[in-house]
Ligand binder design. Structure first.
Ligand code: NDP
Ligand code: ZN
Length: 352
């Protein structure tokens, strides 16, 4: 079979591989629609998780099951399914402790395009099929449903990590597709003012449609000053970080966060050695300003619940998709869009 791979750090290309084998608990799936992620960009061009050789990329897919293992109970060939980016081993101690995304070690619930071949292939392997696949509801468009693999669960996890409560004033730093889902999730969770930080006009427009009350263009002036102005010097209750840098963003957010506030980080800090935290802005360590960072939770139940938000019309996933391609041969183009981030881009999808 063919797959679009990371050949080594900084280099991508097509590879030929054997079709993956199906274990007793597993499934083999062929993609119906896939999407590249900014995380693929960190992995290939920043070498963020180290060297990988000929590893097939991609972790966002909707597909059709072509084979299931002998112990799989709830899925069969021909089922159309949503596959989460994170596919934990559900019997692991980490899963039993409530941190399934770290099953088998830190970040090890993230398997596709991390330490096994991903979904940009003719076929891909899904471990623990009963725990990780979710049936695709008939009424969902395949391209929109791909947003449920990673963009919705990641943005919404930012909301969970920040513990947003009714009436909170919230700053969302970064309004790419992940940050936009954080805006939508914050609005669904009852945030009052939502200050959305970004610069691409298409993202700003969609951020407003998802519930942002103010757009802060970080390229137009100091982000801290702009938010302190808008909040009459008070700052915000909570913040979600879905963009920015390890050396600048946390200090900016700590400056605008009230004591007792929380930062939910879902940004993948892809380069550099340290995250910089300013001592004074962090209240000399006594400011009750919590920084919580997390990989998205995966698994079947999560996918089913988030899909229900789409089928009930509570989130409109179509707004995230700015580029649609037909045919796997366009994968490279789609991935390079994610790398280059042209002004008119939010998220590309490739329909197979
Ligand atoms: P994008 O690159 O599309 O969006 C990044 C956003 O951050 C843009 O709005 C960008 O603004 C803004 N930004 C960039 N630099 C700054 C800065 N210095 N200050 C403030 N804002 C800035 O990324 P995605 O939405 O696709 O992904 C966001 C992050 O989430 C990535 O790091 C990705 O790898 C990560 N991720 C994490 C997952 C998890 O489970 N935790 C899963 C999936 C993704 P502009 O409008 O100028 O482009
Ligand atoms: Zn991703």
């Amino acid at each position: 079979m063919k797959g679009f791979a990371m050949r080594k750090i900084g280099k991508t290309g097509w590879v030929e591989k054997d079709t993956p084998e199906c274990g007793p608990l597993d499934a083999i799936v062929k993609p119906l629609a896939v999407s590249p992620c900014t995380s693929d960009v960190h992995t290939v061009w920043e070498g963020a998780i180290g060297e990988r050789t000929d590893m097939i990329l991609g972790h966002e897919a909707v597909g059709e099951v072509v084979e299931v293992g002998s112990l799989v109970k709830d899925f069969t060939s021909g089922d159309k399914v949503i596959i989460p980016a994170i596919t934990p081993d559900w019997s692991s101690p980490e899963s039993q402790a409530g941190f399934s995304m770290h099953s088998g070690g830190m970040l090890a619930g993230w398997k596709f395009s991390n330490f096994k071949d991903g979904v940009f292939a003719d076929y891909f392997h899904v471990n623990d099929a009963d725990g990780n696949l979710a049936l695709l509801p008939d009424e969902l468009d395949v391209a929109e449903a791909v947003m449920l693999s990673d963009m919705v669960p990641t943005g919404f996890h930012g909301v969970e990590l920040a513990e947003i409560k009714f009436g909170d004033d919230v700053c969302v730093v970064g309004i790419g597709p992940v940050g936009l889902m954080a805006v939508a999730g914050a609005a669904l969770s009852g945030a009052a003012n939502i200050y959305a930080v970004g610069s691409r006009p298409v993202c700003s427009q969609v951020a407003r449609e998802y519930g942002a009350t103010d757009i802060i263009n970080y390229r137009d002036g100091d982000l801290v000053e702009q938010i302190m102005d808008k909040t009459n010097g008070k700052g915000v209750d909570k913040a979600i970080v879905a963009g920015g840098t390890a050396t600048e963003t946390f200090n900016q957010v700590l400056k605008i966060l009230k004591p007792g506030g929380r930062i939910g980080n879902v940004n993948y800090l892809g380069s550099g050695e340290n995250v910089l935290i300013n001592r004074l802005d962090w209240g000399c360590g006594m400011g009750h300003k919590v920084i919580a960072g997390g990989l998205m939770p995966g698994g079947r139940l999560r996918m089913e619940k988030l899909a229900a938000l789409a089928t009930t019309g509570r989130i409109d996933l179509g707004k995230l998709i700015t580029h649609k391609f037909n045919g796997m041969e366009h994968l490279e183009e789609a991935l390079f869009l994610m790398k280059d981030k042209p002004k008119e881009l939010i998220k590309p999808v490739v329909i197979v």
